[in-house]
Design a protein around this ligand. Structure first.
Ligand code: ADP
Ligand code: ADP
Length: 231
């Protein structure tokens, strides 16, 4: 079970800037939640607090049943996909996919199995021996998604993962991510996904629910239908 609960979460940066104001959000186990809003509304700050990459100034974060405010990122059951892919440039795609599992001391056969499964699903099997410099942006982003997948996290966190891709690739990656969410659900091992974007089309088409942020506060949380199509 990995519901993610933000209870009165606040972020005050070291320079005194109060970026996030009393954010409350209950994300259900297996739900796809999109955080949307204009640049600077604190989507990324909020996501980074869930990831443990940014400290929480006040409030409680629970993942599953566990209070996670002070839990290190690697123990939160999360995997994050970044806008800039954040692949290791000197490693091949295969090594990028395996690395996290190796450091977690997973058995070699298990690593190979997970890498092969993810590669097949993402159609990157032919690219596994290439390094990031030898791949296109879309291919790098598929490897980055694969790197999150092989960890089999309970929670996927996406920080504007498609904004460096051209329009056509954005559409196909959008469908790929939605399909991954559905496949995990169908396999009986659903993953909760939190997806940050400033793109309303992504919010509308991908989310089970959408959370609209403005200046670090929650404006509305509802289904895309109710948010965007209310008469
Ligand atoms: P978004 O992801 O919605 O574009 P961010 O979470 O990146 O927004 O930023 C929210 C606000 O917090 C912005 O006003 C940004 O300038 C500010 N901010 C982000 N990081 C820091 C930081 N390290 N120190 C001070 N202010 C920051
Ligand atoms: P992003 O696309 O991730 O929002 P930004 O350009 O807003 O990228 O921020 C890049 C980095 O700079 C982040 O780590 C963020 O925390 C930091 N940052 C953003 N705004 C500020 C700020 N006003 N003061 C200090 N650091 C900031």
């Amino acid at each position: 079970m990995a519901q993610v609960k933000l209870h009165n979460i606040n972020k005050i940066y070291d320079n005194g800037f109060h970026a996030v104001h009393d954010v409350c959000l209950d994300i259900k186990d297996g739900e796809f939640m999109v955080l949307v809003g204009p640049s600077g509304c604190a989507k990324s700050t909020t996501l980074r607090m869930v990831a443990g990459l940014e400290s929480i100034s006040a409030g409680d974060l629970t993942i599953g049943d566990k209070l996670c405010n002070d839990v290190p990122p690697k123990d939160r059951g999360i995997a994050m996909v970044f806008q800039n892919y954040a692949l290791y440039p000197h490693m091949t795609a295969r090594e990028n996919l395996s690395f996290g599992l190796e450091t977690a001391n997973k058995p070699k056969e298990e690593i190979e199995k997970r890498v092969a499964e993810a590669a097949e699903l993402l159609e990157i099997t032919e690219l596994l021996d290439r390094k990031p410099g030898q791949m296109s942006g879309g291919q790098c982003q598929r490897v980055a998604l694969g790197r999150a997948m092989v960890r089999k996290p309970e929670v996927f966190l996406f920080d504007e993962p498609l904004s460096n891709l051209d329009a056509k690739l954005r559409v196909s990656m959008r469908m790929r991510i939605s399909r991954l969410h559905q496949q995990l659900k169908d396999s009986g091992r659903p993953a909760t996904m939190i997806y940050v974007t400033h793109d309303q089309i992504e919010a509308m088409t991908m989310g089970d629910r959408v959370c609209i942020l403005n200046k670090g506060a929650v404006m509305q949380v509802d289904t895309p239908m109710n948010v965007y199509h209310r008469p």
